[in-house]
Design a protein around this ligand. Structure first.
Ligand code: UDX
Ligand code: UDX
Ligand code: ADP
Length: 465
């Protein structure tokens, strides 16, 4: 058995590494157009940071896992072809800002149609709008060499930062398709290490829609608790106490109720906007408006946080040094896509603050590129004054202590564990007074910090002084 995976990103890379590790008899070939990314997968410094991933890749790479840019060769040799390319939100034309850009998926399908011979199973791994499989099937049906195909949808539910754990023991594996033989072939691979009762099968469209729905529900929980956090700040209730109180109801459950400065990541916003676009397409205006509100609430939460910082610091942060701890969209990943941090930094920069940013895993180059993105419009245009601010008012530090040194405020953007272990006595002494902490993740020990003299403003809580 040979597998090819087109796309060596955050999903394709870890997923294929796990399949290769668990199934030593299967040859797994991951291909990508991006040579630098492939080189990184073949090196000791993988292109993505995931706890435990280095070991999985190292074990399988020496045996049955290959990374290369030889797309045609990998397609021709494979029995099963996974498509795991990016499907970003469109930035132009019809559906700009909402619909998924399916250009990369379509190019893959055309390439498969051109190169394949015999019978292949084509698996959609990327999250896609409902009925994309239909388009993929039509393109494949134009294959030149008499090849035949079964198309399956097998969305990936791993979360970044816990990808290895999630792949090792997923809540479920979902396979949608029409051909029982093709479904069984894919299910047999997962069944090597996942119990059969966790492998669910559905029709193609249910599978595609389930992925969008799962992400919409998860994001909705975060927006719901974040909405309540605003009310907590207004009333004196504590959002963590409220979350604990409601989470013990087994119908609600305790997970995904952590109030924050706003959800980020490559999936939530994109998938909801996709769902909204889909609903509008089918004339379901009320349904579209319902889900769109989840994204609006997330924008409000980010905006509210920046405004609170400025208001609390005597209505001006101009020329004040602000330490920003964390830039990734959550801990244990180097991914910054849609991270709340870039938007908070943009707002503070436009208030003329001087930012000292520290993240344990994100490079300076990435942070600067993200700030440019955050200041740009949908078409990628950025004004001169924003560009200048990014150049002159942003410093990237190698550790959190230096970032905080002589600052007026610390802003916690990502819940990295190491932030909890910093020497706050020393930090307090090095800071301007009053020493403000804005905890966008409710990560730090607020009582302890208050005793040291800090003034803490956290999400969904009254100020601790
Ligand atoms: C609710 C709360 O569950 C309870 O904790 C609170 O104390 C009072 O309000 P109740 O209104 O008695 O209880 O019944 P519930 O089982 O919550 O159902 C409420 C409505 O939602 C019903 O019309 C029910 O049919 C409907 N429902 C519930 C659904 O349509 N789908 C569901 O999955 C669950
Ligand atoms: C998500 C889904 O969880 C995963 O199943 C899907 O395959 C891809 O999208 P991911 O985006 O990697 O995964 O991370 P996730 O843990 O879901 O977090 C998304 C965002 O929500 C992060 O910014 C996180 O900080 C935030 N979040 C999450 C909260 O603010 N509060 C919570 O309680 C949970
Ligand atoms: P995800 O988080 O969904 O994995 P990424 O952007 O991390 O998304 O990865 C997608 C990868 O797919 C990128 O490395 C990109 O270069 C690759 N890719 C996109 N289109 C093609 C294509 N036609 N052939 C091969 N690789 C592709």
């Amino acid at each position: 058995m040979k597998i090819c995976c087109i796309g060596a990103g955050y999903v394709g890379g870890p997923t294929m590494a796990m399949i290769a590790k668990q199934c030593p008899d299967i040859d797994v070939h991951v291909v990508d157009l991006n040579q630098a990314r492939i080189d990184a997968w073949n090196s000791d410094k993988l292109p993505i940071y995931e706890p435990g991933l280095d070991e999985v890749v190292a074990e399988a790479r020496s045996r049955n896992l290959t990374f290369s840019t030889r797309v045609d060769e990998a397609i021709a040799a494979a029995d099963i072809i996974f498509i795991s390319v990016n499907t970003p939100t469109k930035t132009f034309g019809i559906g700009a800002g909402r619909a998924a850009n399916l250009e990369f998926i379509e190019k893959c399908a055309r390439q498969i149609a051109r190169v394949a011979t015999g019978h292949k199973i084509v698996v959609e791994k990327s999250t896609l709008p409902v009925r994309t499989a239909e388009a993929v099937k039509r393109i494949l049906s134009s294959a030149e060499n008499g090849a035949t195909f079964d198309v399956l949808s097998n969305p990936e539910f791993l979360a970044e930062g816990t990808a290895v754990e999630d792949l090792l023991s997923p809540d479920r594996v979902l396979i949608g398709g029409e051909s029982p033989v093709a479904i069984a072939a894919l299910a047999n691979i997962y069944a090597t290490w996942i119990s059969r009762d966790r492998i669910l099968t559905t029709n193609l469209w249910s599978s595609e829609l389930s992925k969008l729905t799962a992400n919409a529900f998860l994001a909705q929980r975060v927006s719901s608790i974040n909405a309540i956090s605003a009310l907590c700040e207004a009333t004196g209730a504590d959002v963590d106490e409220v979350a604990r109180a409601i989470g013990t109801d087994s119908r609600i459950g305790p997970k995904f109720l952590k109030s924050s400065v706003g959800f980020g990541g490559s999936c939530f916003q994109k998938d909801i906007l996709n769902l909204v676009y889909l609903c509008e397409h089918f004339g379901l205006r009320e349904v579209a408006a319902y889900w769109e509100q989840v994204v609006s609430m997330n924008d409000y939460q980010k905006r509210r946080f920046s405004e609170r910082i400025v208001r609390t610091m005597f209505n001006t942060v101009s020329d004040k040094k602000i330490a920003v701890w964390g830039f990734a969209f959550k801990k244990d990943t180097n991914d910054t896509r849609e991270s709340a941090a870039m938007y908070i930094c943009r707002d503070l920069l436009r208030e003329r603050a001087r930012l000292s940013i520290y993240d344990p895993r994100v490079s300076e180059k990435q942070i600067r590129a993200d700030l440019v993105t955050a200041c740009s419009d949908l078409q990628g245009q950025i004004c001169e004054s924003d560009l200048k601010l990014i150049e002159t008012n942003v410093t990237i530090e190698k550790d959190g202590m230096s970032a905080a040194d002589s600052s007026h405020a610390i802003v916690v953007m990502t819940e990295w564990d190491e932030f909890k272990e910093f020497d706050f006595t020393k930090i307090y002494q090095s800071m301007q007074q009053p020493a403000f902490v804005f905890d966008g993740r409710n990560l730090l020990d607020h009582k302890k910090l208050a005793l040291l003299g800090f003034e803490i403003h956290a999400i969904g809580k009254s100020a601790t002084v």
